[in-house]
Design a protein around this ligand. Structure first.
Ligand code: FAD
Ligand code: FES
Length: 277
């Protein structure tokens, strides 16, 4: 059993989960993910690692409560245990000297980009972060990100902090901020990443996205996480989860994600929870 060190809501609907997993903490790299189960009956939940502490033997992820399984996670408290926590899984983020890198995070991606920002900075890059949220009260870890990157830009849909609008303003924002990225890396919800990939394509900026399909084993055995990238079938768990966003077949990906919607809503009704969708 894996001890929960902390589970805390940091902004509405977004939680931090820290567990004691010394073996994972020792070997995890930026961009890796873990697969955990909230209880013995629970389905497997993939979460990207957002931080870790080798000395304390702890690993932290940020998660958004979207359905029945993440609702179970949101009820955990310090001192509880979870039955399984497997990782690190997936390939780590490619770290190199790219020049100027822009990290763009929405929802849980604000957290999972933090270790990537640290490594890219240590590798000598100029690193900017752009955070997108519906409103200022949904922006978290701003101080932690600001401590690492050269500049942090905030975009809120209601204009309550930073620029008003959406990442669809990306081209204009790059001009206003005088940033010419050699590479964009984006983490977060699917629609957010797809929008960014569509914005950067005409600008010719290489864009890495972190794909988040349904997963079961996370080791390339079941095929559930398959997606099409550059016309080829890939498994997000072993070939990714990061891919070139300009090569992903987004329409197919979104259609596959929607495939189990009825089954995903059913357990929410049984548990008396409301679906956000
Ligand atoms: C490699 C990987 C890393 C991930 N990292 C994180 C992370 O760090 N933090 C985090 O919060 N989530 C992350 N996810 C997504 C997370 O695993 C799912 O949100 C979670 O499993 C949903 O379980 P659920 O039962 O609560 O919701 P479900 O009942 O499975 O889904 C509820 C609703 O949310 C929609 N939905 C579920 N998952 C996604 C998704 N990935 N993209 C778009 N819509 C979705 C469904 O279509 C459905 O309508 C990651 C996924 C993968 C594959
Ligand atoms: S999750 Fe089974 S092959 Fe990727």
């Amino acid at each position: 059993m894996v001890p929960v060190v902390e589970r805390r809501m940091i902004v509405p609907n977004v939680h931090v989960l820290t567990v004691e997993a010394p073996e994972v903490a020792e070997s995890v790299r930026p961009g890796n993910f873990v697969i955990l189960r909230p209880d013995e009956q629970g389905e497997r939940i993939p979460l990207t690692v957002a931080d870790w502490d080798v000395e304390a033997g702890t690993v932290t992820s940020v998660f958004v409560q979207v359905g029945a399984s993440t609702a179970k996670l949101a009820r955990l408290k310090a001192g509880d245990t979870i039955p399984s926590y497997a990782g690190p899984l997936g390939n780590e983020t490619e770290i190199g000297l790219f020049g100027t890198v822009l990290l763009i995070g929405g929802c849980y991606g604000l957290g999972s980009l933090l270790p990537i920002a640290r490594e890219l900075k240590a590798a000598g890059n100029r690193v900017y972060a752009l955070v997108e949220a519906r409103s200022s009260y949904l922006v978290y870890w701003q101080d932690r990100m600001e401590a690492v990157v050269d500049r942090l830009i905030v975009v809120t849909r209601d204009g309550s902090r930073g620029y008003k609008g959406h990442v669809t303003r990306l081209g204009e924002l790059l001009t206003l901020e005088k940033i010419a990225p050699d590479r964009v890396i984006t983490h977060g919800c699917t629609f957010h990443m797809m929008t960014i990939a569509r914005e950067t394509k005409p600008l010719g900026i290489k864009t890495i996205v972190c794909m988040n399909p349904i997963m079961i084993d996370g080791t390339g055995m079941c095929g559930v996480c398959r997606l099409t990238v550059a016309g080829q079938t890939k498994f997000a768990c072993v070939d990714g989860p990061e891919f070139d966003g300009h090569e992903v077949d987004w329409d197919e990906f979104l259609a596959r994600r929607e495939g189990y919607r009825a089954e995903e809503i059913e357990p929410l009704h049984r548990s008396g929870c409301e679906s956000r969708f």
